[in-house]
Write a protein that binds this ligand. Structure first.
Ligand code: HEM
Length: 314
């Protein structure tokens, strides 16, 4: 017996059983004793009706199983909510900074390592000589100085800038988070610490750049206007510039590039510098405390709004 036939027979048996059950229940309810003939007649009517309903339901199920209907029933693809991490102003600062820093590294490093073939290629073949390369270095320097001034004005003068600047100040939680992360890395705890808007790693990154800019701009300016300073000032300035320049280059190439390019979670690149957005899952994963605070505030706002609306209605 094939499966199709078996299913049909099973349904017949079910329907027969269900008809008997319905009629018996009806007899119990009305509490009379009908004849056998009457029972058979009523059972046949119920069976006929159940057969009809079962055929039309079978029809409906077949229609619903059609591929077109099935695709309509599929749950809609979940569109993830985005959260703004960096506003336009901050993103433009970052763009000017990385363009300037790339120019400064390309034109600065060959001066520190002039014996390298790559240095000769950049300065002579690519840029057409030392005169041009030092001129381009100064263009990059002006870019970096503009970013420095821009960022100070932004941090003092705008609401978001001030908020983020104060959130960047290291606190005791950062020390605890550092210990928590170390414990997690060596397998002493099951999960790492939960971070707020800025983790201790991001704060370290930010202040390293801040400090680096002060040193690079200060020492660069001394070299640029060396005639204004005593000779030993120039020597100290050049030493600082040269070593901090190498440190900055290595930290960008190793530390920063790992975080924003080579980390498997973001490879080949995190686009936050471009659109300034983080997805809901990224927020939950990287900044759970900030995420919880935003959701809590939004729910509170809704409650407050509905309270004031119901007051207005009364
Ligand atoms: C990330 C930023 C920067 C990097 C990586 C960088 C890198 C370097 C390096 C490696 C040198 C060669 C030092 C040596 O001879 O050992 C150099 C030279 C120099 N840098 Fe920078 N620099 C940066 C920013 C600046 C800024 C902001 C200024 C100006 C305010 C500046 C002005 C100079 C000057 C005047 C020289 C001497 C060579 C020349 O006259 O072009 N640099 N830089």
């Amino acid at each position: 017996m094939n499966d199709k036939k078996k299913n049909l027979d099973n349904r017949e048996v079910f329907i027969k059983g269900l008809s008997d059950n319905i009629v018996k229940s009806a007899v119990d309810i009305v509490k009379i004793d009908p004849t056998k003939k009457q029972i058979t007649e009523i059972t046949d009517t119920v069976t006929e009706r159940l057969q009809y309903e079962s055929s039309s339901l079978l029809n409906e199920a077949v229609t619903k199983l059609h591929p077109d209907s099935l695709s309509e029933m599929l749950p809609e693809e979940k569109v993830e909510r985005n959260f703004e991490r960096f506003g336009k102003n901050f993103r433009y600062q970052h763009m000017l900074m990385f363009v300037s820093v790339i120019i400064l590294i390309i034109t600065g490093m060959p001066l520190k390592f002039p014996e390298f073939g790559l240095s000769k290629f950049i300065v002579i073949d690519l840029l057409g000589g030392l005169h041009n390369s030092t001129f381009i270095h100064r263009i990059g320097a002006v870019g970096l100085i503009i970013v420095g001034i821009w960022h100070v004005i932004y941090s003092l003068g705008s609401r978001v800038g001030r908020r983020d600047f104060f959130l960047m100040v290291p606190n005791l939680k950062d020390a605890a988070d550092f210990m928590g992360t170390m414990r997690y890395y060596i397998g002493k705890s099951k999960s790492g610490p939960k971070f707020d808007r800025f983790s201790f790693i991001e704060k370290f990154d930010y202040w390293a750049v801040y400090w680096g800019m002060v040193i690079m701009i200060g020492s660069g300016a001394i070299m640029w206007y060396k005639e204004l300073f005593p000779k030993y000032f120039y020597d100290i300035g050049r030493e600082m510039h040269s070593d901090e320049g190498l440190l900055a280059t290595l930290s960008i190439v190793i530390w920063h590039f790992y975080n924003v390019h080579f980390n498997p979670e973001v490879f080949p690149m995190s686009w936050t510098w471009w659109h300034g957005q983080l997805t809901e899952s990224e927020m939950k994963h990287h900044h759970p405390l900030e995420y919880e605070a935003i959701i809590k505030k939004e729910s509170q706002d809704i409650i407050d709004q509905s309270k004031s609306e119901s007051k207005g209605n009364n």
